[in-house]
Design a protein around this ligand. Sequence first.
Ligand code: ATP
Ligand code: MG
Length: 285
Amino acid sequence: MNTLKIAIQKSGRLSEKSLELLKDCGIKISTSNRKLRTESPNFPIEVLFLRDDDIPQYVEQGVADIGILGENEVWEKDKNVTQIRQLGFANCKMCLAIPKDEEYTDLSFFKNKKIATSYPKILSNFFQKKGINVKIEEIGGSVEIAPSIGLANAIFDIVSTGSTLLTNGLKQVETVVESQAVLVANQNLDEQKKAILNRLLFRIEAVKQSFENKYILLNAPNEKLEEIIALLPGMKSPTVLPLAQEGWSSIHTVIKEDTFWDIIEQLKAFGAEGILVLEIEKMIL
Ligand code: ATP
Ligand code: MG
């Protein structure tokens, strides 16, 4: 039996969520001992624990068949891999920042300036497209201190809260791109591996759908049923059951997390009562 080799980050910001995603997909992974590779006992998958920087190269070469990593690393490494799906975690922005006392108007500020970064490729592509000449100083880490030690006039780095910038006397002036975790795949997977990947994707879809939706139950006065049902599209259409109390019905359906509060307010306005909202464990459309 063929197995699909998936590369995930060994330790860092992506590790926990990557393992959690596999677990939510019903795939058991033992992480008890510090092994760098482990096979799942209940799904034809083998997990390789690697540094995220190495994942694009390993997936390109077929050392791993698929991998989970930040889009930022995919763009920067620019290897021949297929981006399969965004995963909705490890969200971050890649920003330009300058010393906080400097005046900033627009991107022309950076003309002929020296910018320190660990992402030279993403940065040079960006300025090339804008037609602005900049000098890029590639450094491996601790990019934020570059301006204060005289290494550069500005920096380009991942920013999540901005507090690291502040403590280093910098201010964010431009967001260049936003990144999140993605699933990438080797471009020459054989049919068996593709079939395993499709099984995995089916499960990921169900997990993601369940996070994006809520199951909702409520009691509605019959005279307002039509209006209330119109608010609740559900998967096909809502289930409506009569309550023991005459003139009332119970409605069951699924709604999107992001429309949730708006809909609840409107339901209440139509006289809905006893509204229960439940997490969905898995959702297959
Ligand atoms: P490795 O040792 O595997 O090379 P790393 O130090 O390069 O790890 P982490 O800091 O663990 O990487 O970040 C991994 C990924 O998490 C980043 O490439 C990025 O996609 C994402 N990320 C999300 N938020 C942040 C953040 N605030 N700072 C850094 N990375 C973040
Ligand atoms: Mg790294």
